[in-house]
Design a binder for this molecule. Sequence first.
Ligand code: NDP
Length: 491
Amino acid sequence: MSETRHRPDWTPLRLPAADHSFFLAGGPELATTDPTTGETVAVLATSTPADVEELVGRARHAFRTARWRNDGAIRARVLFRYAEALRADVDRLATLLTREQGKTIGEARNEVLSSAEMVEFYAGMARTLYGRSIALGDHAHGVVLREPIGVVGIITPWNWPLVLLVRALAPALAAGNACVVKPASLTPAVTVEALAPLAADPDLPDGILGCAVGSGGVTGDALVGHPDVHMIAFTGETGTGVGVMKRAADDLRKVSLELGGKSPNIVFADARMDKAVEGALNAVFTTTGQICTAGSRLLVEESVREEFVGRLAERTRALRLGDPLDPSTQIGPVVSRGQQREVNDYIELGRKEGDILAAASLPDDLPEGAFVAPTLVGGLARDSRLVQEEIFGPVLTVQGFADEDEAVALAEDTEFGLAAGIWTTDLDRAWRVGRAVSAGTVWINTYHHFYGEAEVGGFKKSGLGRQQGVEGIAEFTETKHLNFDSSPTLW
Ligand code: NDP
């Protein structure tokens, strides 16, 4: 692709840079690729198991010896400064994110700014991790404390590489832990660049933050298998998460797992149709469908099905695909050629097993990248792979239901339980269905709104534990009871 107004020529980054001492990498090089153009975005050295060993050793030492774990004020200051540094660098980081991941530049900016907000939320909590005191008898006193766990390994996926990083990293650090991060191999450069200002903070003790880049099977496995990594915070596919949990089980180390989804988005006949159509588009096509909470199963009440799907099809066909660095683009490429092939295979299967109800048109001037046309598929059996498996691309399956009971039954017909959407003007029904659906987040007359204050996480095969909110910091702590006998004969 030749240079355009939105896409100035690019010189690949070479990492680690000389001042990136938190990123140890003595292994072979890894190059990342812009999914829009095929250009090289960055060339990074990878971290060997010996590098992981060294990073974990440094983290363990820093955790044991530095003031960090006992000084919430320092942790708050460091994290507040980090939030500001992310904000100040939004243009550069967002551009790098779009080049490495393929998401639209508007979404990339939003991701950087949301990350800053998340860090700020936990910066505040660094000073409010209160315990309790309990009067247990005449001379018996209890103090219950929240203490950091130790060294936390954080493993992230490529779809929202910054938000999903900081929603584990910020609470883990705020609680006083040391962290070693292993980013996804498709998006390591933006991760390293986003970590750099935190690592450079003069009040962050050496070793409290480390980063290891490399494949999941080698670098990730070295981190997960290390006995001095006391907890793994993993975000990624369910199958990978199960493997991580099994590996950590040998030493009974703690895991928090944020995994896949196949979320139902349920539209009742009484819903405000305009809002529900826009909501359904946003639910499934955000990040070109590569979002764990994607509302990728549309369930629509039969009496409005034809009208609703007709309107949705019209809006889908009109979606603007293009260069994600162009601010007018609505849908960028998927993350890689491999992902493009996988998603297109699902669309082909949908064509065989059901009906293609609509597909966005690919403009003539579309770059030669990993683009996939957003597609609606109907007429599928309940056990079709398209209905049951996480596609992680811009594909929406459409199913009809006759009444509320059937809506809930279809919504529940999945092994996942990450999120759900409900569109209705009946408050009683919203409450009933919201309670009946097994999902960590249920959006009612909205979709994809996230808040640092509110927990997220999965029921069923979508995960274990919660991130964000108050529970999100509690995950990175152990509870300790200090029990005092104050009998006069003892003091
Ligand atoms: P993967 O499970 O393939 O990879 C996630 C991370 O795990 C990557 O850093 C990967 O490294 C690493 N990894 C892979 N194998 C191992 C291993 N054996 N040991 C340790 N680490 C390993 O997921 P994707 O990156 O493909 O991300 C997409 C998935 O993430 C989807 O299923 C999506 O639903 C889920 N997700 C869940 C979220 C949630 O909040 N519930 C949020 C966002 C995404 P490498 O990149 O080198 O392979």
